[in-house]
Design a protein around this ligand. Sequence first.
Ligand SMILES: Cc1cc2nc3c(=O)[nH]c(=O)nc-3n(C[C@H](O)[C@H](O)[C@H](O)COP(=O)(O)OP(=O)(O)OC[C@H]3O[C@@H](n4cnc5c(N)ncnc54)[C@H](O)[C@@H]3O)c2cc1C
Length: 362
Amino acid sequence: MGQYESAMEKTAYDFAIIGGGVIGLSTAYALRARRHHAKICVIEAGPKCGFGASWANGSMIHPSQAAPWDEIGGLDRVDIAKQVYELAAYSADILRKRFDEFEIEPRHRRASCAKIYISRAAMDADLNTLEDLFSLGLRAKYVPPLEIPSRLNIASKNIYGGVIFPSDHSGPARIYCQHLVSRLKASKVDLITGDAAKFIDGQAVILNSEKTIRAQGIIIAAGAGSDKLANIAGQKAVRGYSRTFELPNDVNSFPAMPVMDDAAHIAISPMGTHLRVSGGADDAAVNDDRIYAKLEDYLARRCPKLPLTSAPKEDWTALRPMSEVGPVIRQLRDGLYANTGHGHMGWTVSAGAAEKLADLIL
Ligand SMILES: Cc1cc2nc3c(=O)[nH]c(=O)nc-3n(C[C@H](O)[C@H](O)[C@H](O)COP(=O)(O)OP(=O)(O)OC[C@H]3O[C@@H](n4cnc5c(N)ncnc54)[C@H](O)[C@@H]3O)c2cc1C
């Protein structure tokens, strides 16, 4: 019986959620909160939930970064940025409350995030893109270069200035997913792991093992795997990397908050006794070793006091589920829904996107 103890072949569920990342788990959590007696399952391809993009991420809960990365095909960038900002701000508030409720230790959390710029022109260009978000409540505080070492606790070489976003915060997606898993299990949500959804046929999900899961409502929250299950326009996957160092004796030399470098597209995130540096690949042909070396080199320049070469480290790479049409939180047809395509904002919007989809379904 193994993984299927509580999910027998052809069991009928009220809701089957495909994908056990932060988006799928949050969706199950939101549905359970509204329907205490509904039969709900989460189907996760991997051996455990929360091991995809949600495991490796930069920890930033950053409504400030709501602007889309790419050109949005035929859509108004400002409209998308505003919509994502509102969802992100709503979600960031829910996450703050949930971190307290789940008793996530303060050492894993930071009250804001920062961004640094190499020139006045780069900073002005970025702040221009945020202009429309300031009217929605986004706040930003300029940090002159001389104050960067004392306020952010990083080296300020070649930096023109920085901005602290007090509306942002940060926290550990990995630990949060583990809390969701234990709460979902306790509330009798079936977590079916180690078996992928192969295809969807009407209200049936056919798994790789050929088992069939039937449900009145099927929700695709399979991250970068979502577009294989339904035709969701404009989906693509963008690879991201992170290297996490274990430095329990050096926490005083960590940056004061997550810091994103606008030009390098690299973020440094303090998380308890660990420090993570994360970023993407500019060139798909570059090999993974070179990307990790580049990330570590960047971290060494910004935090020169840290003994990086001798510290234990863990490398991670995952696919961000991006969408060229903005996040997809909607009904695809009767009985079939999607919650995906949140890209670089997936952790930030996770709680809010789940609430929004649960409202739509119920
Ligand atoms: C390096 C990096 C740094 C990031 N930093 C941040 C950040 O600081 N802030 C932020 O807001 N966001 C950040 N993100 C983005 C964020 O982590 C993702 O958007 C978010 O984790 C996506 O969650 P998800 O649940 O959609 O995807 P995932 O976590 O990838 O979960 C999808 C799950 O679906 C499963 N699956 C796929 N196909 C199937 C199938 N057919 N059947 C069953 N299961 C399936 C997968 O195994 C996976 O577990 C970052 C991403 C990366 C890669």
